[in-house]
Design a protein around this ligand. Structure first.
Ligand code: ZN
Length: 110
């Protein structure tokens, strides 16, 4: 899906290898997992998603734009019949890996 930016960033590779190790292959499932960096995509209620206090006037519109684009992308792919799950970067910390792995399995088994 070429319209999804920042493909092959480290968190995405991590999720990809997780999914792969769980034995899943994406083709044919019509399911897509987005991996979002907490800062750039404005993860709500997340310490890493907070805007910096300095240069707020520069950061805020950027992050809001990214969030709007995310919402549009998700709406588009859903309207094309895809099931969507978002994984946030903070969920990929070592201590959260079991949890996120379960979340992926739940999503893909649905
Ligand atoms: Zn986060």
């Amino acid at each position: 899906m070429s319209r999804i930016r920042s493909i092959n960033t480290t968190p995405e590779l991590l999720v990809r290898s997780l999914v792969y190790r769980l034995g899943y292959r994406f083709p044919g499932r019509k399911k897509v997992i987005f991996v979002h960096g907490c800062f750039w995509h404005g993860h709500e209620n997340c310490p890493k998603g907070k805007l910096p206090k300095s240069n707020l006037e520069m950061w805020e519109p950027k992050i809001l734009r990214n969030q709007a684009r995310d919402a549009t992308t998700i709406k588009e792919v859903k309207s094309e019949g895809w099931k969507v799950m978002t994984i946030w970067q903070c969920e990929l910390k070592n201590k959260n890996i079991d949890k996120v792995q379960k979340k992926i399995v739940r999503f893909l088994e649905k």
